[in-house]
Write a protein that binds this ligand. Sequence first.
Ligand code: B1M
Length: 210
Amino acid sequence: MGTLDEIKAALINLDIPQVQCKIHQGLAEGLSPSAILEKSLIAGMNTIGSRFKEGDFFMPEVLVAAKAMHTGLDILKPLLTAVENRVKGTVAIGTIKGDLHDIGKNLVIMMLEGAGFEVVDLGVDVPPDKFITAIETHHPRVVGLSVLLTSVMPQLQTTIQQLEPYRRELYIVIGGAPITQQYADKIGADGYAPDAASAVDKVRELIARN
Ligand code: B1M
């Protein structure tokens, strides 16, 4: 088994010290931080999700896996974000009201910061008025809305409607596992991105429009 698979296995085995140890080993072997992120940590979380769905894992296991993921991200973050440091614009981002998932949002933030954007992280369970306060305070060029739960997807549309008065000044990008381009078009978002790297491309593309 290669080190990428060993990191993934450690995550699935919920062995946090081993996740840390194997990531350090992988980096010492010359593996790229982005390969560890995609092929070990994100791939491992996908397996955790499938096992949770099938009833092999329960909430406590998923919480430990999320902690292992965050521990791994803490090691990789300085390496992924040390790429560019010229500020290219501000993005305010949060997981929408009713949803507490933040691993994907945090990845998007890491990639945006790595690409030179200033990011205002509004956290999870963010109601529309918190986005509005952030817009009035930080004047972001882009607002990012993240969602993982299908049951709270209607909250995206509510949030977008409440941001309507500000839309001349900013673009709205949405993302998260249940979102599709078709859904983004339907609810009137300016952009959709399926993953963290494409979120950076989408933000760049929108800001370049004017
Ligand atoms: Co929950 N959970 N969870 N969970 N959880 C899912 C999402 C689920 C699919 C699991 C399953 O059943 N297979 C399911 C949702 C089903 C559905 O809605 N149809 C589910 C459920 C049901 C729940 C609870 C309701 C369980 C319960 O209480 N009975 C509960 C809800 C709590 C709430 O939010 N109110 C719950 C709780 C939790 C934990 C707290 C235990 C934990 C979250 C910890 C945390 O985030 N700090 C958790 C986790 C970890 C998961 C899974 C296993 C993993 C999610 C994850 O982090 N993926 C997940 C199963 C799965 O997704 N396979 C599951 C890795 C992450 C990198 O991917 O977030 O998709 P993702 O982000 C990607 C892209 O989507 C995209 O880029 C990221 C990187 O590539 N992206 C964007 C994300 N945001 C973006 C924004 C953008 C652009 C791209 O622009 C702004």
